[in-house]
Design a protein around this ligand. Structure first.
Ligand code: NAD
Ligand code: ZN
Length: 360
């Protein structure tokens, strides 16, 4: 048995208002006036003085607002990298991502692709990255994905939706300021929060489970139950706790894997562009066969927060399209093996997946 030697985020700040320290954290990392800091910021914050006034630009630093209606694509990363190379005479001092999983993944991918030749699609997979990334910083403004701690950046490429998984992917610095999540719309709060809940379930109920993953997973699972099912938390406490749940959920899958919901949600994402959080919810809602108690809890949470999920999103799809979705889902072998064990192929058949997709 060879055990994975896992990289981690090297520095983390936690606390309400810690975002105020951004400038003092970045300053020592500046490599002179021609090496800018590039800030990718979710465009929902455009014109939001409360947030953007705390991003102080010096020399050639630049803020780039990015839309998040669609999840990051490999072609988009390649364009962002090219823009930087054309505009500046030196490599940036740092890349900072301020937003949800989409923007944090963009920041990770750009920082890697600035120092690794070629196109980002060629690095989708495991351990294909050769050179260290540019210094990169993640600042979540919505909690749940665990993208702030993970060693992957999930991209949709021409052939597949798959992460650039590598030891060089994790952030050098993360700023966890729960106050930044205060204006997240309720539905989105639920979808991205449930991504965390589902990470925990898939990790805790998986065959890859070990004490490392379990210890993080159980903590995050308990926090999710407290946040989504109980009534005693203040708004602030709930924001603080969800940010830590996201972190722990991410740590839990670091040493195990996700499962059925994620595999099938990748299919929906690839073919229909359904986003990660809501896609996981749509799938998980139909997985009582695999995760009976947790799907029951999920339905309780959904009812408590009055969340209505879209229905019938696959009903008009043709055979070719459904088949493509099944291909994408089944190609994620480690997820299925984690969920169902070594003989997963006898359980997760094409017919089974077809029947499930038809219900969604
Ligand atoms: P997101 O980043 O797409 O953001 C969702 C929505 O919330 C957007 O409309 C955004 O504008 C809005 N938003 C974010 N912060 C806000 C705020 N403070 N106030 C108001 N609105 C706000 O969604 P997400 O669920 O955080 O991330 C999904 C992405 O993360 C997917 O691309 C998925 O593939 C990726 N992901 C990555 C990992 C990883 O380990 N790298 C893990 C899970 C998911
Ligand atoms: Zn997820």
């Amino acid at each position: 048995m060879v055990y994975k030697n896992h990289p981690m985020v090297s520095r983390v700040v936690f606390g309400r208002g810690s975002f105020n320290q951004l400038e003092e954290i970045l300053t020592p990392k500046r490599n002179g006036r021609n090496a800018p800091f590039i800030f990718y910021v979710d465009d929902v914050f455009k014109g939001n003085h409360w947030l953007t006034s705390r991003i102080r630009l010096s020399y050639k630093d630049k803020i780039i607002y990015v839309p998040t209606t669609e999840e990051p694509k490999t072609s988009q990363i390649d364009d962002l990298v090219e823009d930087i190379i054309l505009e500046f005479s030196e490599l940036p001092s740092g890349i900072i991502g301020i937003g949800g999983g989409s923007v944090m993944d963009m920041a990770k991918a750009v920082s890697l692709m600035l120092t690794n030749k070629g196109e980002s699609k060629d690095y989708q997979g495991w351990d294909l990255i050769k050179n260290p990334a540019i210094y990169h910083v993640g600042i979540p403004t919505i909690s749940g994905t665990g993208a702030e701690v993970s060693r992957t950046t999930i991209l949709t490429g021409p052939e597949r939706k798959l992460g650039i998984n590598s030891d060089l992917t994790p952030f050098d610095q993360v700023i966890l300021d729960p106050e930044l999540t205060k204006d997240v719309p309720k539905n989105q709060w639920f979808y991205t929060g449930m991504d965390c809940f589902i990470h925990c379930v898939e990790s805790l109920k998986g065959t890859y489970l070990n004490a490392f993953s379990q210890s993080f997973g159980e903590k995050a699972y308990a926090l999710c139950k407290e946040i989504f099912l109980e009534d005693h938390l203040s708004k602030e406490d709930a924001q603080d706790k969800l940010m830590m749940a996201s972190w722990h959920g991410g740590m839990s899958i670091a040493y195990s894997q996700v499962g059925v919901a994620h595999a099938m949600s990748y299919g929906l994402g690839y073919l229909l562009g359904v986003k990660h959080g809501i896609g996981n919810c749509i799938v998980f809602d139909h997985l009582e066969e695999y995760y009976p108690e947790d799907v029951a809890l999920f339905k309780k949470m959904k009812a408590k927060h009055n969340i209505k999920l879209p229905k019938g999103i696959c009903k008009d799809l043709g055979d070719n399209e459904i088949n493509k979705m099944i291909d994408v889902a089944l190609s994620l072998e480690p997820l299925w093996e984690n969920a169902l064990g070594k003989h997963w192929k006898t359980i997760a058949t094409r017919e089974k997946l077809l029947a499930l997709y038809k219900k969604m």
